[in-house]
Design a protein around this ligand. Structure first.
Ligand SMILES: Nc1ncnc2c1ncn2[C@@H]1O[C@H](COP(=O)(O)OP(=O)(O)OP(=O)(O)O)[C@@H](O)[C@H]1O
Ligand SMILES: [Mg+2]
Length: 307
């Protein structure tokens, strides 16, 4: 175990850092109002499959989440795994198919989804959190029937008839009993987005949708969705820093929102309607994006706000 005072022997020393002492202190102090505002609050962080491929980013994210816990904020991680699922499906010669941002999920695809998310990615994230000094436990929405789900139907376009996309679930209830016990015990839950219905059938759930359902059930203060783009881009590929429901509908009508961004934006709206104070879509390819988003004055990515 490293002694808390060890750092005093390792820094460059007064006057030798490229950052002045005043600036250094002011950077740290910038976090104070945010640490205070989020003290004891739950923040749900959804970590997208595309934003989690680079090892140094994986480590930075784990450090951010651990730091939040150490300063008295309760992070809960929900993860995706699109690219990793695609990769294993390809190795098994199975096709990846998407409808309106959701993966078409037959029995075999579900088997791969459950293996990759619950068996591999969740455990890796919890392992990295442990390496960063935090206590973490990976579980899927199937454990303890944490995420009750029912079969989801989606409309490829707003006016189209709903289509069957296989074993894709919609969360109907998140049992927060287990999560509250983990959080209360100082443990960071890492949740794989797999749900289960009352007959025991499991479902693949879009990770953004699962994160929003968890955020609502835990009365989280904030939902943060990390992804592989700077945030929501308008029709001209420019970052939109703030969006209300009305703006989202306008962008959808223009055809500027597609694929994985569709469930992301609905999830932000669902979180806000369910009582979260705020929701943001940020660039998970930036090191320490979560810290910058939550604990500094700089607003990163796109904030989804009430009308
Ligand atoms: N208006 C838009 N602005 C930004 N990205 C958009 C927009 N419309 C569609 N997208 C797409 O949404 C993608 C992000 O969603 P995607 O589901 O692919 O990733 P993820 O949710 O971060 O990861 P995972 O699905 O594995 O959890 C972007 O890479 C981009 O291609
Ligand atoms: Mg996605």
């Amino acid at each position: 175990m490293t002694c808390a005072n060890d750092h005093k022997n390792r820094g460059p020393g007064r006057g030798q850092s490229p950052v002045s002492d005043e600036l250094w202190a002011s950077i740290l102090m910038e976090a104070l109002p945010y640490i205070r505002a989020y003290q004891g609050a739950t923040v749900v962080i959804k970590y997208g499959g595309h934003a989690m491929v680079e090892p140094s980013l994986q480590k930075a994210l784990a450090q951010d989440v651990a730091l939040l816990k150490f300063v008295g904020i309760n992070p809960v991680v929900v993860h995706g795994g699109g690219p990793q699922i695609n990769d294993l499906l390809a190795r098994l010669n199975l096709e990846s198919k998407f409808v309106a941002g959701h993966r078409y999920t037959d029995e075999q695809t579900l088997e791969v989804v459950r293996m990759v998310l619950g068996g591999h990615i969740g455990k890796d994230i919890a392992g990295r959190l442990t390496l960063a000094g935090a206590k973490a436990l990976a579980l899927t929405g199937q454990d303890g029937f944490l995420i009750k789900a029912e079969k989801k139907k989606v409309r490829p376009t707003e006016s189209a008839e709903p289509v069957d996309i296989g074993l894709v679930g919609e969360p109907v209830e998140v049992d927060n009993y287990l999560l509250k016990h983990l959080i209360g015990g100082g443990i960071i839950p890492v949740i794989s987005p797999v749900g289960v219905d009352s007959s025991g059938q499991s479902y693949n759930i879009n990770a953004d949708t699962a994160a929003a359902a968890v955020a609502v059930a835990l009365k989280a203060a904030r939902l943060i969705l990390l992804t592989d783009v700077p945030g929501v881009l308008d029709g001209e590929q420019k970052l939109v820093t703030r969006l209300t429901e009305k703006d989202i509908r306008a962008l959808e009508t223009k055809g500027a929102i597609s694929g994985g961004m569709l469930p992301k934006l609905s999830s932000c709206l669902m979180a806000l309607a369910g009582g979260c104070r705020g929701a943001a879509i940020i660039d998970g390819r930036v090191h320490h994006a979560v810290l910058l988003e939550l604990l500094t004055d700089r607003g990163y990515g796109t904030e989804v706000a009430p009308d």
